[in-house]
Design a protein around this ligand. Structure first.
Ligand SMILES: NC(=O)c1ccc[n+]([C@@H]2O[C@H](COP(=O)([O-])OP(=O)(O)OC[C@H]3O[C@@H](n4cnc5c(N)ncnc54)[C@H](O)[C@@H]3O)[C@@H](O)[C@H]2O)c1
Length: 341
């Protein structure tokens, strides 16, 4: 369980204690941390997840500790009856279920669209029918695409460069339009490269930090697509989870706002590889460079002014500390690890 700064988390207790909430995709990487945080704040949590990109490993343990306050619905968000059951009586729905990864969406755009865009509309409709007050959407920095200006500010026009990015922009727009058409309180959080414990490695679609950790731990050279000078804004998972709880819990009304969730700092992919190799004492494992992947953007950096002002967000763990926590976790005994897919 992550430690959150008391001054940030305590004001949220009132919004969650004794209330029912739903987390779609709650068996996943960010969802699992969110569920932990919500349970710690006293909420009763229903998770709906089809386990297509996760396992029940982490949640099963939580269910054992919290039989009365954690319920798992093993179903797709595309199954209407199961979705209706999952959101019933909930004050807040956190919609994180999606097919992630730009390369996956390039390989199978229709599946990405169905789950990420159509699925998002289904979640909004189920929530509307159930009288849910607020919905929080896991949007993505991918919405910005290849814009010249840095940092990326929410007022910039979206520029989706992959089917994944397009599906996430569609999700935001559905969220905004459902706020205006039906009076639901909605907000979309554009997460920037989230990393941390329990992020799965082991697949071509895995994120960069677990991919590098896995390769270096196995004595292999990490693979960098491109020259390694491309930059990303890495967000530690506890910061993303807390921002998500803030978005679901703050008192002020919301109506479809889009909000960047990042660290406000950027680091090159080559530098990430170097820091991980150093932590493993394997600086001899020089990265192997492969061609740039379709849909990848060159630079990414969040302007987090709106998140600070609207949500009271603060990135309280910076990249070096977050990496150290992640690497410590990765070196724990295998029983704690979810396999990648
Ligand atoms: N990790 C990041 O850096 C990042 C960045 C931007 C946005 N996001 C978004 O945040 C959310 C969570 O990302 P994550 O990194 O935890 O990914 P994840 O793959 O670990 O979590 C997504 C979960 O959704 C589930 N899922 C997929 N399709 C489903 C369906 N049809 N019905 C029910 N459940 C389904 C998966 O099994 C998985 O448990 C996603 O919406 C993702 O697009 C993540």
């Amino acid at each position: 369980m992550m430690r959150y700064p008391a001054e940030l988390v305590n004001p949220l207790r009132r919004s969650y204690e004794g209330h029912k909430v739903c987390v779609t995709g709650g068996a996943g990487f960010i969802g699992g941390h969110l569920v932990d945080g919500l349970l710690a704040l006293g909420a009763s949590v229903t998770v709906i997840d089809d386990l297509s990109n996760s396992t029940l490993a982490h949640l099963a343990e939580q269910i054992e500790n919290e039989t009365a306050r954690l319920r798992f619905v093993h179903a797709s968000i595309l199954e209407d009856a199961a979705l209706a059951e999952a959101v019933e009586g909930c004050r807040v729905v956190f919609h994180l279920a999606a097919l992630g990864s730009v390369p996956r969406s390039i390989d199978n755009p229709e599946r990405t669209w169905t789950v990420n865009a159509t699925g998002t509309m289904r979640v909004l409709e189920a929530a509307r029918a159930a009288g849910v007050r607020r919905l929080v959407f896991a949007a993505s920095s991918a919405a910005y695409g290849e814009t010249e200006r840095l940092p990326k500010v929410e007022s910039m026009a979206p520029c989706p460069r992959s089917p994944y990015a397009a599906s996430k922009v569609a999700g935001e727009q559905l969220f905004e339009s459902w706020a205006h058409s039906y009076g639901l309180e909605t907000v979309s959080l554009r997460y920037f490269n989230v990393f941390g414990p329990r992020q799965p490695a082991g697949s071509a679609y895995a994120a960069v930090v677990p991919r590098f950790c896995e390769a270096i731990a196995a004595g292999q050279r990490p693979v960098i697509y491109g020259d390694g000078e491309q930059t990303r804004d890495f967000t530690f998972v506890a910061c993303a989870a807390l921002a998500t709880m803030q978005a679901g819990g703050i008192e002020r009304p919301l109506a479809g706002e889009v909000v960047n969730i990042g660290s406000g700092k950027r680091v090159s992919i080559g530098e990430v590889a170097r820091q991980i190799a150093e932590a493993y004492d394997r600086t001899d494992l020089v990265p192997e460079h492969q061609p740039v992947r379709a849909g990848d953007v060159r630079h990414s950096l969040a302007d987090i002014t709106r998140a600070r002002e609207l949500l009271g967000y603060q990135p309280f763990i910076a990249m070096p500390e977050g990496l150290a926590i992640t690497i410590d976790w990765a070196q724990e005994p295998a029983k704690n690890h979810q396999p990648g897919h």
